[in-house]
Design a protein around this ligand. Sequence first.
Ligand SMILES: NC(=O)C1=CN([C@@H]2O[C@H](COP(=O)(O)OP(=O)(O)OC[C@H]3O[C@@H](n4cnc5c(N)ncnc54)[C@H](O)[C@@H]3O)[C@@H](O)[C@H]2O)C=CC1
Ligand SMILES: O=C(O)[C@H]1O[C@H](OP(=O)(O)OP(=O)(O)OC[C@H]2O[C@@H](n3ccc(=O)[nH]c3=O)[C@H](O)[C@@H]2O)[C@H](O)[C@@H](O)[C@@H]1O
Length: 452
Amino acid sequence: MNLAIIGTGYVGLVTGACMAQMGNNVICVDIDEQKIDKLKKGIIPIYEPGLEEIVKENFKIGTLHFSTDIKEALNKSEIVFIAVGTPQGEDGSADLQYVLAVAKDIGRYMTHPLIVVDKSTVPVGTADKVRATIQQELQKRLESGEISQEKFNELMEFDVVSNPEFLKEGDAVNDFMKPDRVVIGADNPKSMEKLKELYAPFTHSHERFIGMDIRSAELTKYAANAMLATKISFMNEMARIAEAVGADINKVRVGIGSDRRIGYSFIYPGVGYGGSCFPKDVKALEKIALDAGVEPKIVKAVEEVNRTQREYFLSKILNRFGENLQGKRFAVWGLSFKPETDDMREAPSITIIKALTDRGAKIKAYDPKAMEEAKNFWLKNIKNIEYFDNKYDALNDADAMILVTEWKEFRSPDFYEMQKRLKNPIIFDGRNQYNKEKLQGIGFEYYQIGVK
Ligand SMILES: NC(=O)C1=CN([C@@H]2O[C@H](COP(=O)(O)OP(=O)(O)OC[C@H]3O[C@@H](n4cnc5c(N)ncnc54)[C@H](O)[C@@H]3O)[C@@H](O)[C@H]2O)C=CC1
Ligand SMILES: O=C(O)[C@H]1O[C@H](OP(=O)(O)OP(=O)(O)OC[C@H]2O[C@@H](n3ccc(=O)[nH]c3=O)[C@H](O)[C@@H]2O)[C@H](O)[C@@H](O)[C@@H]1O
């Protein structure tokens, strides 16, 4: 099929590349000219495992195109995906300005009735707003004489469908290619059939294809993210309880995860969830509920536990070194919000590094992929930070090492090399990566989450 994907970020680029890989003809559109120029030169603006290969391959064979011209892209397509950002607005709700700007463009430039698929995470009722925005633009075109009544009637056959995306960064291509499910919210059976056909190669059988009404599909996305965030906050609260009563959260995790009704995934305690989605989506769901007159007690608590989890981790460092950190140096391993990505949005490392440098500490940072992002943007205003190309070099003369992101290369480091480099053999592990007995046995002072 001929597809246009509007917004070439984490979701748009992965969707475009994977759709092209399955034999569709795809045009990826973005308003960011630099991004599109880079992509045309084969430079992938984000780090996402496996993405570069399929982008280059499909670009080369001509199934994947990049453009800043939405008009032309709409002209050549039968389905258009909206995959632009929906950041947190001032009152906590999702900011729809980018989605509605695309809807406006669609109404303005559509030359035949399109199926408009909303892939961005949006509040319940947004599909209606997208539909209304497109209709308004068509009406204007009719009134100005740009299109005839006949053409207007034809264009009004367009449809809006909800298709929330569930991929996670760091494994996005895999998630898109082999999804647990594809959710489509559509009122029109013809659009539902079309989307079923488009997604058939990804869902193999139709069992993974879940069709529903639009509002349920929109809410499904928030419910999924909030449920995953709830699991994490629950475990972070449990970790604090475990530590207070002298239990070991690592053992408790295995003890409960073995119950298939609970499962092992998303029950890893840590420094709190970050990233571009959980924080904003939990907040947006809270707003959706309040606007609908429902008090979202669990959702609020999930957010509160997450916020205070970073403080709980920080307090371990402050209890050990005191509130005044003048003259102290800390090596930080891991800056991105999770492994296998260079994304720094809402990364716990930002809060932790700011809190330490505000108290006078110097930071020696290392991350396998996110250092450029950190240096040029997210940690740009922090003076007392130095970046190293090697995880061991960051340790030299540091008072302690702080592990914030659990990249694979941190899993089994050379502890003797670490001891040689560090001023004090002290580790604050925000992701429970190591064995306490083993580390203590070789002379480390080791602090982790949920273990005294
Ligand atoms: N990042 C993720 O892992 C996931 C994100 N989502 C949702 O998908 C949506 C997109 O997220 P990301 O890909 O992370 O965002 P992003 O910020 O990486 O990319 C958005 C892109 O849209 C472009 N854009 C903005 N306005 C435009 C316009 N009028 N025309 C064309 N392009 C425009 C921006 O320049 C940017 O390149 C959000 O609603 C997010 O909540 C859903 C699932 C996973
Ligand atoms: O809507 C979205 O954008 C996406 O949000 C998350 O994906 P993502 O944020 O990319 O990454 P996750 O693997 O979910 O991690 C989110 C945060 O939770 C933390 N986490 C995760 C799992 C866990 O057990 N413990 C934990 O602290 C991670 O460190 C990270 O900071 C969801 O997993 C995706 O399904 C969803 O599509």
